[in-house]
Design a protein around this ligand. Structure first.
Ligand code: SF4
Length: 248
């Protein structure tokens, strides 16, 4: 969706695939092939960055290792953390410690993309990360602007989250591969936790709807019974009056 919108705005785009975060390698390649297929179809070039998961493990993973036992998305909380139970997926994933890990991840990949852009004569840097409601959009903006400024090019940031549902629909219609986790090994468990959370929410919403329906049905039956009782009472009175009239 971001690529289509950028093209519609008149930008001549190239997509730089900077994803040393993705594990395992087979998943990295699967997503790359899908992107290349889509790029060929839509008429934009795809450039692959260096796949260097060792660098990601060195620069980002230590933050993930330090926080992985304290993620609300994984059902655990930091000792002394009295934050309320998450009510939405955004709340489930909006954890300060996870934010640190993702910031380091965005930084590494955006710096790589910005360096490539500057070296190859591109004017600006944008990112498709900004379409996902499961990412830290404010952090993505900061890191896009930071990487672009350091490379001496313009940052083109747009919050594409309002287009997420449409992007999801289009990718389904096109039969595209749809990943079920963000990319890194930590996000595999977070993806599972998110799906379980959504399932529970749907179950709770269904139960609430059923209870509401049951209450409405009980009220309807009670109303019908009241009307019936009232009608019987009136019929009884009419019969007594009639009887009295006949007797007099
Ligand atoms: S969840 Fe996504 S953005 Fe965050 S560290 Fe993992 S791969 Fe990077």
């Amino acid at each position: 969706m971001p690529t289509r919108l950028l093209c519609e705005e008149g930008h001549d785009i190239t997509v730089f695939y900077a994803n040393s975060n993705i594990a395992p390698q087979a998943e990295y390649e699967k997503r790359l092939v899908e992107l290349q297929r889509y790029g060929a179809d839509q008429g934009f070039e795809v450039v692959e960055g260096a796949y260097d998961p060792a660098a990601w493990e060195r620069e980002v993973a230590p933050i993930g290792e330090a926080i992985k036992d304290f993620s609300p998305a994984l059902g655990s909380k930091h000792v002394g953390d009295d934050a309320p139970e998450p009510q939405t997926v955004a709340e489930l994933l909006d954890d300060e410690r996870r934010r640190e890990r993702c910031r380091a991840c965005y930084r590494m990949r955006l710096e790589e993309a910005a360096a490539y852009a500057a070296e190859n004569g591109f004017e600006g840097l944008a990112t498709t990360l900004a379409v996902s409601p499961y990412q830290f959009t404010d952090v993505i903006r900061e890191e896009t602007e930071r990487a672009a400024a350091n490379a001496g090019i313009a940052a083109h940031f747009e919050d594409y989250r309002p287009y997420y549902d449409e992007a999801t629909r289009i990718s389904r219609e096109l039969g595209m591969y749809r990943q079920n986790y963000c990319g890194c090994r930590f996000s595999v468990a977070e993806g599972e936790a998110t799906r379980a959370f959504i399932k529970e929410q749907r179950k709770a919403a269904k139960a609430a709807r059923a209870a509401e329906h049951e209450a409405e049905e009980a009220a309807r039956k009670q109303n019908a019974a009241d009307k019936q009782a009232y009608a019987e009472e009136r019929a009884k009175r009419r019969a007594i009056l009639k009887q009295l009239r006949n007797d007099s």
